[in-house]
Write a protein that binds this ligand. Structure first.
Ligand code: MSP
Length: 638
């Protein structure tokens, strides 16, 4: 039986062009959709645009257009961007479409008939930018929104309310019974504690502007834009007009919403309450990702540091951009987009690890055997180890992907890639080739390599579809990799003798770090040196790499820690005033750090100190300067 998988992105506001934030969610959704296809699922992937509300009405007015003209001009920009990012969505929903208006009318009617909507008056603060009502106790800086910081407006108008409070207990129970309903766990806890503070009924209609979906039972009112927008997820799978499709995709399928951490409450509270009231199944997973900063700073148009997806793609290539976004940070955490980070990933993971494996394999194969696969058949223990690791990799990747842990899944794939590079070093085909009696063993080794690349291509294809296809082509497979199934690459020995390899060319060229960084970081030639010293003066300080052997608190002091350290020649004791920053000093044991070893010994709180550990200080946070474990103890710092 095919399994159904339905994944959505938030529908984006059309007040500006798509940027790295919207690209991130959309690429993540594309990756999970493609991955589930390789697992044999019947997948449906939806994205779209959120086109109603006060913000859009006002932006359109400022541009001298009607809201419809404005949204008509903006929606295609999203569609085009997704095409350029190789996003394979099955549908693109615009909330101004008829099908959506009908679905919103249906859910409103159902909730109304259930007795869950009543008329009242809303009086309070509203953030137009976030399209959200802000209770008085959450207002910041006098009159500003706690989320976006923008000025709030006072709203006083007749409004219809949705009895959200009625569903508080049912929602808590659902969250409790479904541990993966809200991911990651940190967000789940945040939602639970928010609900426990008590859910308020929600104002779901506005009557002081016009750009929205009219409400049948409330003349003069339009639907609150979030009530309207959230409904898009069911509109697109036939809630209003196709019961069969709806049963397949929503009721009986796995439903996953991806979104940013800023809009978790709308998705994990308002939306489930709406569905509970309407008698519709709740989604299976609501997965929130973190926010990107740019080179360490919040992105903003005024700073001019907003990461524009297509500019990055032009610089580094589409697949490298997709890979970086999903590999660099754990989905759920915040991340920093940096030129140095992108280049490091490309050079180390793509050019070095994956690129080299492909180049070395094809280069050797062609040199030793020509373009055609030759039968091998002489297996050794190491080959079994590789096969077992591959089976484990598939299981680990699937486990990670089931919780949308993209970077973890990639780590598992790369562990396998690294193992195959090591396999080359261990089997040493260049030695085997010199011995005629090892010819069959050589063929076996080379076939293991070709086949591992064939499998790796399928595993990386959701992230890097074009590069994966290129790998297949170079291996001589011209089938569409988008149709590949993990099931078909699970077993080994699937490439027949006589199969013809393709042309080999590097897929991921290395990027010159120097050039990129030089352009971004011009040297300040007018730099003023503060408190200058001569090189001889610096030379007097003897700084060494030392290893921390023991770490304990100094009795009677809450500031001091004492360490036994190995400086390469002697074991000495060093006392350091860093107890506050290391509540569990034993965790430091085994670390390599820097110490000044030619200071006069002193006694502190009765303890002898024969040197000083070097630490960094940032915003009153002290941290020992740790040294890479490969550096030898006793090395002098010059
Ligand atoms: N229209 C609503 C969603 C309605 S869904 C029923 C909306 N739109 S949005 O365009 O403002 O934001 C869409 C998504 O972009 C959010 O998930 C948000 O988290 C994400 N991002 C916006 N800036 C971001 C970063 N700097 N980094 C990561 N994602 C961020 O909200």
């Amino acid at each position: 039986m095919t399994k159904n998988f339905y994944v959505t992105t938030p529908i984006y506001y059309v007040n500006g062009d798509p940027h790295v934030g919207s690209a991130y969610t959309t690429i993540a959704a594309d990756v999970i959709a493609r991955y589930k296809k390789t697992m044999g699922y019947d997948v449906y992937f939806l994205t779209g645009t959120d086109e109603h509300g006060q913000k859009v009405e006002e932006t359109a007015k400022a541009k001298g257009m009607t809201p419809q003209q404005w949204t008509d001009s903006m929606a295609p920009r999203f569609m085009e961007m997704w095409k350029k990012l190789n996003i394979k969505n099955d549908d693109f929903i615009r909330t101004t479409e008829e099908r959506h208006k009908k679905a919103v009318a249906k859910i409103l009617k159902t909730v109304w008939e259930k007795g869950d909507i009543y008329k009242g008056e809303y009086e309070g603060k509203y953030c137009v930018s976030c399209e959200t009502f802000v209770p008085e106790n959450q207002v910041v800086n006098g009159n500003c929104c706690p989320d976006c910081g923008k000025e709030l407006r006072m709203v006083k108008e007749e409004s219809y309310f949705f009895r959200m409070s009625k569903y508080q207990d049912a929602l808590l129970k659902h969250i409790d019974e479904h541990p993966d309903f809200i991911l990651p766990r940190s967000r789940r806890n945040e939602v639970i504690s928010f609900i426990k503070q008590g859910l308020q009924d929600l104002s779901i209609s506005r009557n002081t502007f016009e750009w929205g979906i009219p409400i049948e039972f409330a003349p003069g009112h339009i639907t609150y834009v979030w009530f309207d927008a959230l409904t898009n997820y069911i509109t697109a799978v036939g809630y209003e007009n196709n019961a069969e499709e709806f049963a397949k995709r929503w009721t009986n399928g796995e439903v996953v919403h991806l979104l940013g951490k800023d809009i978790v409450r709308f998705h994990a509270i308002i939306w489930p309450c709406m569905l509970l009231s309407a008698g519709v199944k709740l989604p299976d997973k609501i997965v929130a990702h973190g926010w990107w900063t740019s080179e360490g700073e919040k992105m903003s148009k005024s700073k001019g540091n907003v990461v524009a997806p297509l500019e990055e793609v032009a610089k580094y290539g589409l697949d490298a951009f997709r890979y970086y976004l999903l590999r660099e940070v754990t989905f759920g955490n915040d991340g920093d987009y940096s030129t140095k980070g992108v280049i490091t990933r490309i050079n180390s993971d793509l050019a070095n690890d994956l690129g080299n494996l492909l180049n070395r394999t094809l280069g050797m194969y062609k040199k030793y055997f020509g373009d055609e696969i030759v039968k091998g058949g002489v297996y050794e223990e190491i080959d079994n180890e590789i096969k077992t690791l591959f089976t484990e990799t598939l299981a680990s990747v699937d486990d990670a992907m089931s919780r949308l842990e993209f970077s973890r899944a990639l780590e598992f794939i790369w562990k396998f890639i690294s193992r195959m590079n090591k396999y080359i070093d261990e089997t040493m085909p260049w030695i085997l080739v010199k011995d005629e009696s090892k010819k069959e063993r050589l063929a076996t080794v080379m076939n293991m390599l070709v086949e591992s690349l064939y499998k790796i291509a399928v595993l990386v294809s959701p992230y890097m579809p074009e590069s994966a296809q290129k790998i297949w082509n170079q291996l001589g497979f011209n089938e569409d990799i988008e149709k590949a199934l993990i099931e078909n690459v699970r077993n080994w020995d699937i490439i027949p003798a006589g199969h013809k390899l393709g042309e080999a060319t590097p897929i991921f060229p290395r990027i010159e770090v120097q050039k990129e960084v030089k352009e971004k970081n011009p040297v300040n030639k007018d730099l003023k040196i503060e408190n200058p010293i001569s090189i001889d003066e610096f030379g007097k300080v003897d700084i060494r790499v030392v290893e921390l052997l023991e770490a304990d608190r100094v009795k009677g002091s809450d500031k001091l820690l004492k360490f036994k350290v190995n400086d390469g020649k002697n074991i000495r004791q060093i006392v350091s005033g860093i107890a506050k920053y290391y509540p569990n000093p034993e965790e430091l044991v085994g670390k390599k750090v820097l110490a000044v070893v030619n200071l006069n010994p002193v006694t502190l709180m009765g303890e002898l100190s024969q040197g000083m550990l070097l630490s960094s200080e940032e915003k009153k946070r002290i941290k020992l300067v740790e040294i890479d474990s490969s550096v030898k103890v006793g090395s002098k710092i010059k």
